[in-house]
Design a protein around this ligand. Structure first.
Ligand code: LLP
Length: 433
């Protein structure tokens, strides 16, 4: 096993990904390519669903935060597993709908939904809109009235928690572009406004404290603060929230030094906290929704590259350049995210060569990682970067006019194309003469 049970070394000494030979996959589908293990995603969905049902009751509904990884086959898979989905744009809504995702199980997020987004949600029959701010509430009310519909909503609230994670991905603190803060009084204000709207049905509240979180504390704090808020809203307005969405954010191991989280145990703990606090506050425990992204899909992904140049700069460092880079994985450039990498065609050998893995873009910050321990590679080797299922394909760009890699789904050794490799023709498709 290498980092995760679905990754191993086969008899040829190659990396195997759920029974498929990574070198053979590279040969068949070309590089760079994203490989995704279907069963890993399915298993993670089941872990969340079963744990949520045990902890929160039979109507519990984990949502897949599809910003982590979005294409048709993923929505189909998540729908089959019985989860709901969190969408954040017209593009995600469109893809989900086209994949046949049940609209009533969609939660529509975003801090700046356009009128066109809101109209699309109404037309699609999206189950729940998570309204971010008063302007959006007014716009949604007007559009719903015009359409003669009522829309179920949650309100996004900022509980004021710093989840001790990377600042750029911590979204629950007060100084945030997301939601309305409790401490400023704006959360109560938007609740009153929502309750006054004829075409909006307020079901409850949402918060999201951050991403890649390993501790249960931020979730415990969020539950405490949000349940207190629900109790305060009840006292002030008489409204009893029936749903509390505590967002996503549980972390995954990217390296052997990262902790593994027992998701079911964390969910059980959240269930306990909610029951206990609700009883103490004298409110009916709301239905709890969680919306994991990374922890459902990250571990399922491996990116395969072909090694190009290997440079050893005496007195400085080693550079291994690959045929992808920040356009397919911008996470090191953005967050200095750590990854595990290895040479897939010599996966059984010791990783005793330390290198900076660089992309092929004309930009020195185009790195996949620094100080990475690899087997010493040479030109033509296949380099595998692990745990790339979340926020890689979803964040990919065409910088330097590089076509986006394909997504290949693997299941028990069998591979199928889920997203085709972009062609040069795709790159110029929208260019006008
Ligand atoms: N719900 C809401 C409202 C969110 O904003 C997010 C992530 C999630 C759920 C899912 O969080 P997760 O379980 O995936 O941590 N691009 C960054 C991550 C940004 C996360 C943004 N919001 C990265 O590559 O690390």
């Amino acid at each position: 096993m290498i980092l995760y049970p679905h990754l191993d070394v086969n008899t040829a000494g190659h990396l195997s990904i759920d029974g498929a030979d990574a070198v053979a996959l590279a040969r068949e589908f070309g590089t760079p390519a994203y490989i995704l293990c279907e069963d890993v995603i399915r298993e993670n969905c089941r872990t969340y669903l079963n744990a949520a049902r045990r902890a929160f009751g039979p109507d519990a509904l984990p949502l897949y935060a599809s910003k982590a990884l979005c294409f048709t086959a993923v929505y189909k898979l998540v729908a089959e597993e019985g989860l709901g989905v969190d969408c954040v744009s017209g593009g995600e809504l469109y893809t989900a709908l086209r994949a046949g995702f049940p609209a009533e199980r969609i939660y529509f997020h975003g801090n700046n939904k356009t009128d066109a987004d809101l109209q699309m949600a109404l037309d699609m029959g999206v189950g729940t809109v998570v309204a971010d701010n008063c302007d959006e509430l007014e716009a949604l009310e007007a559009l719903a009235a015009k359409a003669g519909k009522t829309q179920r909503i949650l309100l996004r609230i900022t509980p004021g928690i710093d989840p001790h994670t990377h600042r750029a991905i911590s979204t629950g603190h007060v100084d945030s572009k997301f939601g309305s803060a409790i401490v400023t009084g704006q959360a109560m204000e938007i609740s009153r406004l929502a309750l006054s709207k004829k075409h909006l049905v307020l079901a409850g509240f949402h918060c999201h404290v951050g991403s890649q979180i390993f501790d249960v504390e931020p979730f415990r704090d969020a539950a405490h603060i949000m349940l207190q808020f629900i109790a305060d809203v009840k006292t002030e307005t008489g409204f009893a929230a029936t749903e509390l969405n505590l967002g996503g954010g549980l972390g995954v191991p990217y390296t052997e030094y990262d902790r593994k989280i027992d998701y079911a145990a964390v969910i059980a703990e959240i269930g306990e906290i909610v029951r206990e606090r609700s009883a103490a506050l004298g409110i009916v425990a709301p239905r709890i929704i969680l919306e994991p992204g990374r922890s459902l899909v990250a571990a399922a992904g491996v990116t395969l590259y072909t090694v190009g140049s290997v440079k050893q700069i005496p007195g400085f460092r080693n550079y291994v350049s690959v045929d992808g880079g920040m356009p397919d994985n911008p996470r090191y450039a953005l967050y200095q995210s750590q990854y595990t990498a290895l040479v897939a065609n010599r996966a059984g050998e010791p990783r005793d060569f330390v290198a900076t893995v660089a992309g092929r873009c004309c930009e020195s910050g185009d790195l996949i990682g620094e100080g990475m321990a690899l087997q010493k590679p040479s030109r033509g080797d296949i380099l595998a970067v692990l745990t790339t299922g979340a926020y890689n394909y979803a964040m990919a760009s065409n910088y330097n006019r590089l076509p986006r890699p394909p997504v290949v789904m693997v299941k028990k050794g069998e591979a199928r194309l889920a997203v085709k490799r972009e062609t040069f023709e795709d790159l110029v498709r929208n260019d006008c003469e």
